[in-house]
Design a protein around this ligand. Sequence first.
Ligand code: HEC
Length: 144
Amino acid sequence: MKAGKGLAAVMIISGSLGAGRLWAAGEKAPPWAAWDKGPSTINVSAYPPEQQGNYKLFASRCARCHTLARPINAPFTPSEMAAYVKKMQKKPGAGINGKVAQRIIDFLTYDYSVRKKKVAGKAGGARKGQTAQAADRPSAERAD
Ligand code: HEC
């Protein structure tokens, strides 16, 4: 498996740093440095039309200040992601109103149920130092 080595390295790095909210200034890199390097798109072609529309909002609003890969690969549960959407919404110039935020949360919740939980959910997500990026690989390449 080609991605094996990279994922192992990511797990060691993020494992030593702990979850995002535990990262402190002075560490080598924040946890999202690894997430930023993962896949930067989600193949939503099999998602319901409503979620495909929500994905477009997510892709345009959540890639203004950092890579879209960051939220795609952040190994958080839907409720944790909802909290992050609200946190991001408050940042100056975010341009995310309540309705848009809710649609993005709907998308992230759906995406978790069909894609992200396959990796992040199994091991308790960030608390176990994982990233969600392996779940984005086509099923044919996956080991499970
Ligand atoms: C106005 C700029 C801005 C926008 C827009 C934005 N972010 Fe962020 N995001 C940041 C910054 C800055 C950080 C670095 C950590 C921090 O300051 O919270 C960050 C970090 C993150 C993280 C890492 C978690 C952590 O530990 O802090 C996630 C996940 C995230 N953003 C998700 C999103 C999502 C989802 C959206 C769209 C709803 C979004 N971001 C839109 C600025 C933004």
